[in-house]
Design a binder for this molecule. Structure first.
Ligand code: TLP
Length: 343
């Protein structure tokens, strides 16, 4: 029986085309700037994001960390959402390793930060205060139902930040999903921010890697920061080759995953005892209502017995994420399993 793995899009295996490209990849020492495949991927990525330059990093966490290290000095403050991945799930790396102070403001249910909250959190020039340097956004917003932030909203935040002398970093781990959901080019989503990180190893199916994009000057600084956290890779062309296939072949098809997530949500919503959050991309949250006596463990274990894996017990919610390897049939099998468990 095939396991239907909906825990995350991080579980995606590389495609056969990726494995072939990795096998054939030309490689060199990337710390010396001599890996032709890495250089090609970085150029492609920068061009797609409408930014000057790009840097391949090991992971999304490293991409966000080196972005913050490159934007901020020790004691500087960063405004970010209280449900952001960078705050919740990256071990406070900005503070632990960079001496950077997180200034939290509430994420609205759609993943946005209120402009008035951002404005209110910007520090004045006062010897008692840290200096505010950066605003961080997340698009799509993982914990806020995978919601995409609109191009207009991002432009508003960037314009407010820039007027006040701040920069904007976008955690765009799933920025291609955002573009697909909004029906716009990814460049439109990323062009107003000063830096954007996106992941090759989530819905884009590559085995390893994320990319940080920004101005040439910023990327030069980020390259230093990557080295000090031990992220300088040598013959990384082997990994970059899969990233090129990801951009060329997988990015254009992400809307299919969104259709399947919506189908799954519609089916779950019909099951008594289950409530579903609105779905816009490939991330779907649902939970049990008071009218059922089933427990979260019964659901997670029952699904597992029937060959379906998902993230359970996330502050009372379940998360299911669709991706390249999830088919229409897998969605139907998952719904059938849920109907049996809830019966
Ligand atoms: N998210 C993972 C887990 O860490 C929760 C997931 O399964 O969704 N930004 C965002 C918005 C993310 O969702 C993630 C990973 C990261 C950054 C970090 O990327 P990695 O795992 O490559 O360090």
């Amino acid at each position: 029986m095939k396991m239907i793995d909906l825990r995350s899009d991080t579980v995606t295996q590389p495609t056969p085309e990726m494995r072939e490209a990795m096998y054939r990849a030309e490689a060199g020492d990337d710390v010396l700037g001599e890996d032709p495949t890495v250089n090609r991927l970085e150029e492609m990525a920068a061009q797609r994001m409408g930014q000057e330059a790009a840097l391949l990093v090991v992971s999304g966490t490293m991409g966000n960390l080196v972005a913050l290290l490159a934007h901020c000095g020790r004691g500087n403050e960063v405004i970010l959402g209280d449900r952001s991945h960078t705050f919740l799930f990256e071990q406070g790396g900005m503070a632990a390793l960079g001496g950077i102070v997180p200034r939290l403001i509430p994420n609205q249910p759609d993943g946005t930060l209120r402009l008035t909250d951002i404005e209110g959190a910007i520090r004045g020039d006062n010897v008692h205060f840290p200096r505010t340097r950066l605003v961080c956004l997340e698009n799509t917003h993982n914990m806020c139902n995978g919601t995409p932030l609109t191009v207009e909203y991002t432009a508003q935040v960037a314009s407010l930040a820039h007027e006040r002398g701040l920069r904007v970093h976008l955690d765009g781990a799933r920025v291609f999903n955002a573009a697909a959901a909004l029906g716009v080019d990814v460049r439109d989503v990323a062009q107003d921010v000063d830096s954007v990180m996106f992941c090759l190893s989530k819905g884009l199916c590559a085995p390893v890697g994320s990319i940080l994009c920004g101005s040439a000057e910023f990327i030069a600084e980020a390259r230093r920061a990557r080295k000090v956290v031990g992220g300088g890779m040598r013959q990384a062309g082997i990994l970059a080759a899969a990233g090129i296939v990801a951009l060329e072949q997988i990015a254009p098809r992400l809307a299919e995953d969104h259709v399947r997530a919506k189908r799954l949500a519609a089916g779950l919503a019909e099951i008594p005892g289950v409530d579903v959050a609105p779905v816009a991309t490939n991330i779907l949250y649902f939970w049990l209502t008071k009218e059922t006596s089933k427990t979260q463990d019964e659901v997670v274990d029952g699904l597992k017995e029937r060959g379906v894996l998902l993230m359970g017990r996330l502050d009372g919610r379940f998360r299911a994420v669709t991706h390249y390897w999830i088919t229409d049939e897998d969605v139907e099998r998952t719904l059938q399993a849920m109907r049996e468990i809830m019966a």
